[in-house]
Design a protein around this ligand. Structure first.
Ligand SMILES: C[S@@+](CC[C@H](N)C(=O)[O-])C[C@H]1O[C@@H](n2cnc3c(N)ncnc32)[C@H](O)[C@@H]1O
Length: 348
């Protein structure tokens, strides 16, 4: 661990360069509701509804935080909307539910750093940032081809694309298109790899999946223009810790039992040693003056005497919040459970 990975650079498409410097064709600007001018910034952010965000995660991702946004917001510093020079850091960005929401809710955040160990996911963020029009064209082609096929032919088409994705022998924007296509058409939108690191989720059976969500991809691209995108282990983000930074950490959750959790985002996995390494990381960034909020599972759901996180984060605040989780393979065991929000934010 502790390494960062080089991701092949993507040429900026001429369209994007043009739109950045000359005309603004992005729908996020045209459709954005203007904030009420008579409200102070703090009040504006509070009023901003969780559901009015225009840019939303472009992939379905296990552990996505869309449903917990209002709970995360309550833990954020109350004066966040009026703070200047804030750097937002998300070391386990995944689908980016918190990233996209926070950048739209707090436009005063001028700088953001995101990181994930999943190279293909990060390549896709880079393609959306730098080559969104070509990416959309690739996805529109996949969409037309896939939707016109009969169910059995669709399964074959999916397997062909999964093989091409695992071979990785394609240009970065094509790899990003394959990544999004597979996410939209595979079983439950899961991302799971086998011991060799190959994506192995089977074909899903959605009748009419939206493979090319053009307006959302352009809205994401627009927001990502102010984001620095890194690929590697979470520890490399500690260099951004300062009195002006806020970290949101959403690591792979500690499994509640051997059957209850989905933990195979990566070949390496994320065991208790990794959770302890993350605890040490939080102490380190807190010492540098950074604020942090971390989500994790609550082992007390299964064993009320389990104090793993209470001990690991004893010097920080731990809140228990309710969440609906759909990642149990046994449908009967899905439902509301308690999750942790660990932080060093003091809201008085
Ligand atoms: C729970 S998901 C994040 C979910 C995300 N916040 C969302 O809203 O969709 C955890 C992420 O951590 C990443 N990850 C796993 N081990 C990591 C490591 N050592 N360093 C950085 N990222 C890691 C996985 O690839 C995965 O995307």
């Amino acid at each position: 661990m502790g390494t960062s990975t080089h991701i092949a650079p993507i040429q900026k498409s001429s369209h994007l360069q043009k739109s950045k410097h000359t005309q603004n064709t992005c729908p996020i600007q045209a459709n954005a509701k203007p904030a009420p001018v008579h409200l102070p910034p703090k009040e504006q952010a509070r009023k901003s509804s969780i559901n009015t965000a225009i840019a939303k995660p472009f992939v379905k991702w296990a552990g996505g935080k869309s449903q917990l946004l209002n709970k995360v917001q309550k833990v954020l510093p109350q004066d966040l909307a009026s703070r200047k020079n804030i750097t937002y850091v998300e070391p386990f960005v995944g689908g980016g539910a918190v990233l996209f929401w926070i950048l739209q809710t707090y436009p005063n955040i001028k700088r953001a750093i995101i990181n994930d160990i999943n190279q293909e996911l990060i390549s896709t963020y880079l393609a959306i940032q730098n080559d969104v029009e070509n990416l959309i064209q690739e996805l529109l082609k996949f969409q037309q081809e896939y939707i016109s096929l009969a169910p059995t032919e669709r399964s074959l088409y999916f397997l062909e694309k999964r093989q091409a994705f695992n071979k990785k022998d394609v240009a970065p924007t094509r790899l990003a298109a394959l990544f999004i296509f597979l996410n939209r058409t595979c079983f439950n939108g899961l991302y799971r790899v086998n011991a060799k690191g190959y994506f192995n989720v089977p074909h899903g059976k959605y009748a009419n999946p939206k493979i090319a969500d053009e307006s959302n991809l352009r809205a994401c691209s627009r927001l990502l223009q102010k984001v620095e995108i890194l690929c590697g282990d979470f520890e490399q983000t500690s260099r951004y810790a300062s009195r002006n930074s806020i970290f949101y950490l959403d690591p792979p959750y500690k499994p509640l039992s051997t059957t209850s959790a989905f933990t195979s985002y990566t070949r390496q996995g994320f065991d208790d040693t990794e959770q302890i390494r993350l605890g040490t990381f939080c102490q380190k960034i807190a010492r540098k003056g950074a604020l942090f909020i971390e989500s994790n599972s609550d082992p007390k759901n299964i064993n009320p005497k389990d104090t793993f996180f209470d001990s690991l984060y004893e010097t920080f605040s731990i809140q228990r919040v309710s969440a609906n989780r759909m990642i149990n393979s046994n449908a009967a065991k899905r439902g509301a459970i308690s999750e942790l929000l660990i932080s060093n934010v003091e809201n008085v």
